[in-house]
Design a protein around this ligand. Structure first.
Ligand SMILES: [Fe+2]
Length: 231
């Protein structure tokens, strides 16, 4: 009988998946298999899961469409899939950005959406996205549409370092999901000192909360992504 609190993965299948797209990598000859926690008689690796969370209710009121923004010149395809975009010790204020992906047509959370983020560092620079992927990364929304990343809080920057025009601080985001229109947008911040930037959208701006856990200070913000059906 199907047990929703328990998931199993075929060991062979997991190894096969791990091999996809890593043909350029070679395992050390003396490498040992990863130690397994438990297996059952069908040679499956077992992972005990907690009870499935109840599906969340849609936000109060109508789901609001996200205002799109252009890609800008610094998008690069192929960012790594990871939840931490910045390097350990990267200068800047640690920022936890989280939210939920919603389907505008069904008003339900959308699992499996791919969210591609990129942003500047404290030098007002984007990594090149070819040999350097700092502050770039992709995540997949969970079975309840949730995502969460850790990075640094981007700062306002001057597209022309010699100029006086400032872009407001922003995370760039490309969100894609099968059956839905790709969404390209920017996530802005309440109280940005450069919100006279004509691209600033208060509807896309998030509130920032200061937090301190075990002596470590960081900031958090929440941005929900709403995708429209493709047709
Ligand atoms: Fe930008």
């Amino acid at each position: 009988m199907f047990d929703p609190t328990r998931r199993s993965f075929l060991q062979r299948g997991a190894i096969g998946l791990a091999a996809v797209g890593v043909s350029g990598l070679v395992l050390r000859s003396d490498a040992q298999p990863t130690q397994q926690v438990s297996r059952d008689s069908a040679d499956r690796v077992l992972i005990q899961m907690g009870p499935a969370p109840r599906e969340p209710a849609a936000p109060k009121g109508e789901l609001r469409k996200v205002i799109p923004q252009p890609y800008g010149p610094f998008y690069r395809p192929g960012a790594p899939f990871r939840g931490k975009l910045s390097l350990p010790g990267e200068p800047g204020t640690t920022f936890i950005l989280s939210g939920r992906v919603w389907a505008f047509d069904t008003k339900r959370p959308l699992p499996g959406a791919v969210l591609d983020f990129w942003h500047v560092d404290m030098q007002e620079k984007y990594s090149n996205g070819v040999t350097d992927f700092r502050n770039r990364g992709r995540l997949v929304s969970s079975e309840t549409g949730l995502y969460e990343l850790e990075s640094i809080r981007p700062i306002p920057y001057r597209p022309d370092p010699a100029g006086s025009f400032w872009r407001c601080a922003h995370y760039h985001l490309l969100a894609v999901a099968p059956g839905y229109k790709p969404l390209i947008t920017e996530i802005h911040f309440h109280g940005d000192p450069h919100k006279n930037d004509p691209m600033y959208r208060s509807e896309n701006a998030i509130a920032v909360e200061q937090q301190k856990v075990n002596g470590t200070s960081f900031e958090t913000g929440v941005f929900d992504v709403v995708l429209e059906p493709a047709s």
